[in-house]
Ligand binder design. Structure first.
Ligand code: BDP
Length: 695
């Protein structure tokens, strides 16, 4: 196995389950003939053939025990007569239930729309893959968020920004004529976890994507994805009217600019009637935007929203902004800029906010905008691709990271206003959502490693239900990806659940952030101080000197805490209550500061680095014991990747300690080894090759 099948492996279920499942899968009875129902049928055939060794016959009505009846009440009088609890499930929810039809035992998979039926079919197959019983099944489920989207940072030359899994899947050269089967497999995988939107191109957007010749290619992809319920979106370059439209300005208040975007939207919808809309990165890291014309983000977003509105499209406007001219703490800038715009956005605009206030670090506190824009639908953006967490070779299961943010209480509207709750509230517009920066490329295994598939999977599951359990998700994924042996499943889930904390520990413990080397962000660079913008330098974040370390964001410092609700501000703002994990994010403390554990900060810091390395070593030992249960290629690859991770973890630990020790001048606590080399040695290490960043 090479990982291509993802979690949809559909391997034989084995004797114990064979008889039980076969009795519940003797006949397929689809209702309706849409492309989506056809996709559902073909998935059932694929899954049942793989798991049970045979494809059941297809029939127009239930005529034997063990039939699977699937469709909507609108397309099937039999389903309508079952009077299933479909109300309140929206378009995407479904019911799976054991019923009797025509005197026969059957399983019905029903929904209000064919896409809901498809989701139900995938859930049915997932039950088999995870060895849940089918007899007496009664599932009723619907997504809590409306938009569950991948953001591809794919350039038109197929380089993927921050991509570690090969080239972009989209082969623009052979599209639209050649619709590679892989596009369908991509859609299947996404639909299986409820993802219903995809932004095809990088937020650092090449305006060419909006030219007619590219739009035809985009339309071809949209045609492939449509049966799977996936809408296509594009990242739009705000300067496109100038870059490709021949206009002299992109000022959102200029009628010619407005007309250009309107015509562009009309053109897109002629080709793609269900086009989702535009994602926009504006006035951020050099991208053009409304501020180039002294207009606000809201004015820019609303102008695009007006062009899309007649077609039902939306604008997703990113709040990832920090400016070279602004000397305010970077962690504060998005809030400072967007909070005053609350209520000023059109009703088909969503603001997309990263999970933390800076930038996808291994750990950040939640973004203060969550809960702080009561009149604006917010979408949370997470980074599935592991730009800051060791690329594709470090095992880091991100389900725990996202669940940590989602479960955090913002206190913005009283206790219990968790980030998940904020996201689930569409402010009356019905617009709710979560976006994940894709980790997908054209590598055989899609994501550059087996374990990175888990992050794609977990993203979909949490976007479906932001209150889901990271552990339960890891368990389902593990069973589907590696097999059902309970000891193996426990061992792998155990590794996954610790893995992200291990990365935090060996890279940026106790609230440190952005200590990565320049440009590619792989490997340590806590000493870096020579980049043109202060907030690009790791020293900006660690603020380490002879006395101590950490960024004072309390009232005595940048006062970033004031952007949180009072309860949270008080929690983070006081040394007595700030969680250890966020200590150096919010406070600058002396090296000799006494932690609540009684340890000094210095000793605790060293402990954390070593703990991170030790966890990786433990994961390696656990993995080695799993050899008998795992197919050779996948086992060997992960073994090698863990060696890389262990090497890198040690490198991070040693380099970080060497640098901080050059300032603190403190000895290492007993039992902790000195870094084997001096600081110069670590400073001189160059990452010889990081994807897209070869020197
Ligand atoms: C940063 C990435 C950069 C992205 C940017 C963004 O380093 O490549 O363009 O985020 O989200 O994390 O726009």
């Amino acid at each position: 196995e090479d990982g291509y099948a993802l979690w949809l492996r559909y391997r034989p279920v084995g004797q114990t389950w064979d008889a039980r499942y076969t009795a519940a899968a003797t006949q397929l009875v689809p209702a309706g003939g849409s492309a989506t129902i056809t996709a559902a049928t073909s998935e059932l055939n694929r899954g049942l053939r793989g798991m049970l060794g045979a494809v059941p016959g297809q029939a127009a009505s239930v005529s034997r025990d063990g039939a699977i009846l699937y469709g909507t009440p609108a397309n099937s009088r039999v389903i309508a007569a079952l009077d299933l609890p479909l109300k309140g499930l929206g378009n995407d929810g479904f019911v799976i239930r054991s019923v009797r039809v025509n005197g026969h035992r059957a399983t019905v998979i029903a929904a209000n729309s064919d896409v809901g039926v498809l989701y139900g079919v995938f859930r049915f197959l997932e039950r088999m893959e995870t060895r849940e019983p089918l007899a007496g099944v009664d599932v009723r489920d619907a997504p809590k968020l409306k938009l569950r989207m991948l953001n591809h940072w794919d350039n038109l030359d197929r380089h993927v920004e921050r991509g570690y899994a090969g080239l972009s899947l989209w082969d623009w050269f052979t599209l639209p004529e050649w619709k590679a089967p892989r596009y369908t497999d991509y859609a299947r995988a996404n639909a299986s976890i409820g993802i219903n939107g995809t932004v095809l191109n990088n937020v650092n957007a090449n305006p060419d994507i909006l030219r007619p010749r590219f739009l035809k290619k985009v339309a071809a992809l949209a045609d492939v994805f449509r049966p799977y319920g996936i809408h296509v979106y594009l990242s739009a370059n705000f300067g496109a009217p100038v870059a490709i439209g021949g206009l002299k300005t992109a000022d959102p208040l200029d009628p010619k600019v407005q007309a250009w975007w309107k015509a562009k939207a009309d053109e897109i919808y002629r080709l793609i009637p269900d086009f989702g809309g535009f994602l926009v990165k504006a006035n951020s890291e050099g991208q053009p935007g409304p501020q180039d014309y002294h207009r606000t983000h809201a004015q820019g977003a609303n102008m695009l929203a007006a062009a899309l509105k007649p077609h039902g499209g939306i604008v997703i406007w990113r709040a990832f902004v920090y400016s070279a001219q602004n000397s305010e703490d970077r962690a504060k800038q998005a809030y400072s800029e967007f909070k005053p715009l609350d209520g000023k956005f059109a009703d088909n605009v969503m603001v997309q906010v990263k999970n933390g206030p800076i930038d996808f670090q291994p750990r950040e506190p939640f973004h203060p905008l969550f809960g702080a824009m009561p009149h604006t639908p917010l979408m949370m953006e997470v980074e599935i691709t592991k730009e800051y967490l060791g690329f594709n070779t470090h095992l880091a299961y991100l389900g725990t990271m996202w669940a940590e943010v989602l479960d955090t209480d913002t206190w913005q509207h009283g206790q219990g206003t968790t980030v998940a709750r904020v996201l689930e509230d569409g402010k009356g517009t019905g617009l709710t959502g979560m976006a994940g920066v894709s980790n997908i490329g054209n590598d055989r295994d899609w994501t550059g490693s087996e374990f990175d598939q888990a992050n794609w999977y977990a993203f979909g599951r949490l976007a479906w239900n932001p209150q889901g359990s990271a552990e339960a998700i890891a368990r389902d994924w593990t069973k589907m990806t590696w097999g059902e042996n309970p000891q193996m499943v426990d061992a792998i889930v155990g590794m996954m659940m610790e893995s992200r904390e291990a990365v935090v520990n060996y890279m940026t413990p106790l609230g440190l952030a952005h200590q990565m080397a320049t440009g590619h962000h792989h490997g340590p660079g806590p000493w870096v101080h020579n980049l043109s913008r202060p907030e690009w330098n790791p020293v900006y974040y660690n603020r380490a000197d002879a006395n101590g370390i950490g960024f004072d964001r309390s009232a005595t410092g940048s006062d970033a805490i004031a952007q949180y609700a009072p309860h949270v501000a008080a929690l983070f703002g006081s040394l007595n209550t700030v969680p250890d994990k966020d200590l150096l994010w919010f406070h600058h403390v002396p090296w000799t500061y006494r932690m609540r554990s009684g340890q000094t900060l210095w000793d605790s810091l060293i402990d954390h680095y070593d703990k991170g390395v030790a966890t990786v070593a433990q994961m390696q030992r656990t993995w080695a014991l799993l050899k008998p249960y795992i197919d050779k290629q996948r086992f060997d690859e992960e073994t090698a990747f863990m060696e890389i991770q262990h090497h890198d973890a040690l490198w991070w630990r040693n380099a970080s300690i060497a640098y901080f020790q050059s300032l603190s001048k403190l000895p290492l606590p007993a039992g902790h080894a000195e870094p084997p080399h001096d600081l110069r040695y670590y400073e001189a290490i160059k990452t010889p090759y990081a994807p897209g960043q070869a020197e």
